[in-house]
Design a protein around this ligand. Structure first.
Ligand code: G16
Ligand code: MG
Length: 219
């Protein structure tokens, strides 16, 4: 059974986490409070609206639905202004090399991201052409840890879930991959990524052979 790869975007292929953080921090500060680094970790992989709700809760602030929409689009306007200036230099170490090798060996590649801005980011960083399928925040109704985003990606790649290997930097994403019955490679600190089969610092630390060994048809 064939292997396919599904990549999360923010924090796995590109370093956009810092821009999300800056924009959310600016929003929280404008409302008169701040949040911690540990709290920011919890926002990774979580949808825009869910992130906003978590932040408002940390600040002990209640807003109407209309105000929440307004705050989310304000944050997004700051975020989009920052990512509009991204360059290929902001692709994380090892990403380009691994994507090239996977392509060379005929392994299918999908994006499985919570972001509604994935098209702009892939465009700006020159990664768009690698993907056989793109499933992002515009295509799903439920956020990670729900497996919807990865299940849709597997369907588009015409690959059984057990043959898919997901690359994730967020705990919510690791949970989503496990719920989908897929292999999962964690990117970052092992303590934040319980449930991943392997945890690496970045994509330079894994080979195509090691990825293929995570295909669950082989287990
Ligand atoms: C990313 C980030 C999250 C962000 C979400 C939505 O998910 O990790 O912090 O809240 O996208 O992004 P946007 O506001 O651009 O729609 P992923 O799944 O790519 O890591
Ligand atoms: Mg991520």
């Amino acid at each position: 059974q064939q292997t396919a790869c599904i990549f999360d975007l923010d924090g796995v292929l590109v370093d956009t986490a810092v821009y999300h953080y800056k924009a959310w921090k600016q929003l929280a500060n404008s409302l008169g409070f701040d949040f911690t680094h540990a709290q920011n970790e919890q926002l990774k992989g979580v949808s825009r609206m869910r992130s906003l709700d978590m932040i408002l809760e940390w600040g002990g602030i209640r807003k109407s639905d209309a105000e929440r929409e307004e705050l989310a689009s304000l944050k997004n306007s700051w975020y989009v202004a920052m990512i509009s200036k991204m360059t290929a230099g902001e692709v994380l170490p090892g990403s380009l090399e691994l994507l090239r090798q996977l392509k060379q060996q005929g392994i299918k590649i999908a994006l499985g991201s919570a972001s509604k801005n994935s098209a702009l980011i892939l465009e700006r960083t020159g990664l768009a052409h690698f993907f056989d399928a793109i499933v992002d925040g515009n295509a799903v109704t439920t956020s990670k840890p729900d497996p919807e985003v990865f299940i849709k990606a597997a369907e588009l790649l015409d690959t059984a879930a057990a043959g898919c290997v997901v690359f994730e930097d967020a705990f919510a994403g690791v949970q989503a991959a496990n719920a989908a019955g897929m292999g999962v490679v964690g990117i970052g600190d092992a303590e934040n990524l319980k449930g991943a089969q392997i945890v690496i610092k970045d994509l330079s630390e894994i080979t195509v052979a090691e990825i293929e060994a995570l295909n669950r048809f082989l287990k």
